[in-house]
Ligand binder design. Structure first.
Ligand SMILES: NC(=O)c1ccc[n+]([C@@H]2O[C@H](COP(=O)([O-])OP(=O)(O)OC[C@H]3O[C@@H](n4cnc5c(N)ncnc54)[C@H](OP(=O)(O)O)[C@@H]3O)[C@@H](O)[C@H]2O)c1
Length: 281
């Protein structure tokens, strides 16, 4: 499949989503964030991934405004934090409006439930709020994050609405093959977070070997593996050269053998908690 920096995938609600975006988790310093977003936009990224929990939505909005790029040319994702999600419908609507206000935007391209927090069992009610936020035009597309199939089944049962996206931890050490198959069957786009294994690339010599053969870096090989698996990626970096490196993915192709070799690195290793047991809010 041929892609370029601005290529998109069509979601199950008809909207387009870029295959590549910049993640900004843990970038809390205003100047650093604005610089990273500016570099990404200059490089040609058109998608940004933030969250209420990252406490940098306002800086993302500021960076977009100061770039002078028209809002409709960009794809912005933010997420509903657990503290509001577990309070249910009204708190969810309010939280989305607060995020939009912080970002100085009329709508977000993609609004996600950040975690299901099954112990509170409020995510089906929160999902109904996202369905209504989409109807009101405040969120173009709606989706979930960190959802297992059984969480997805429950929200579909409650509302009849299938999420457009499931953003999950996904990288060579956690390749999520079963979840990908489940989501593909339901036309839910998989989006990888921590696509670069949170930076632990040098701990996998197999990646360096493939990278050397391709004349690319281990990061580029891993990101290319995601793209060839039809997975949306949002690598995070605050370094200009890495932001550019992570977008330079469209002039080479991994072979079937390379893809299989990377698949074999799976060890079902999570950097973040299993969503069934994550209870932080
Ligand atoms: N939905 C969720 O629950 C959830 C959870 C986690 C993350 N996310 C989203 O996914 C995004 C990405 O995930 P992530 O931040 O966990 O991890 P990641 O993108 O896999 O890795 C980021 C780390 O890799 C380093 N890095 C970046 N490019 C590199 C390169 N070319 N070579 C070597 N190292 C490189 C970065 O360092 P420097 O910054 O110093 O370059 C940083 O330490 C987040 O920013 C966030 O938007 C969502």
């Amino acid at each position: 499949m041929t892609k370029n920096l601005k290529s998109t995938t069509r979601l199950n609600d008809g909207h387009l989503m870029p295959w590549l975006g910049l993640g900004v988790w843990k970038v809390e310093d205003r100047k650093t964030l604005i610089q990273a977003v500016q570099t990404a936009l200059d490089t040609g990224y058109i998608s940004l991934d933030t969250a209420a929990a990252y406490q940098n939505e306002a800086f993302v909005g500021e960076a977009i405004k100061s770039s002078g790029i028209a809002r409709e040319k960009l794809f912005v994702t933010t997420k509903l934090w657990n503290r509001n999600q577990i309070k249910g419908y009204d708190a969810t609507i309010k939280a989305c409006k607060e995020s939009l206000q912080k970002m100085q935007m009329d709508y977000v391209d993609l609004y996600l439930i950040h975690w299901p927090v099954p112990s509170k069992d409020m995510y089906p009610e929160a999902w109904q709020a996202l369905v209504d936020l989409q109807k009101q035009g405040l969120a173009r597309s709606i989706g979930v994050s960190n959802f297992h199939p059984h969480h997805i089944e429950k929200i579909i049962e409650t509302t009849g609405v299938v999420p457009a996206v499931n953003q999950v931890e996904l990288h060579p050490w956690l390749n999520q093959k079963d979840l990908i198959t489940y989501c593909r069957d339901k036309a839910i786009q998989i989006e990888a977070y921590s696509p670069l294994m949170g930076g632990h690339l040098s701990e996998e010599p197999a990646l360096a070997a493939i990278a050397e053969r391709c004349g690319k870096t281990p990061a580029q090989v891993v990101l290319r593996w995601h793209l060839q698996n039809e997975v949306v990626i949002i690598p995070k970096s605050v370094h200009d050269h890495r932001i550019r490196e992570n977008a330079d993915l469209f002039d080479f192709e991994l072979t079937t053998e390379d893809l299989q070799a990377i698949d074999l690195l799976n060890r079902d290793h999570r950097f973040l908690p299993d969503p069934d047991h994550m209870a932080f809010y």
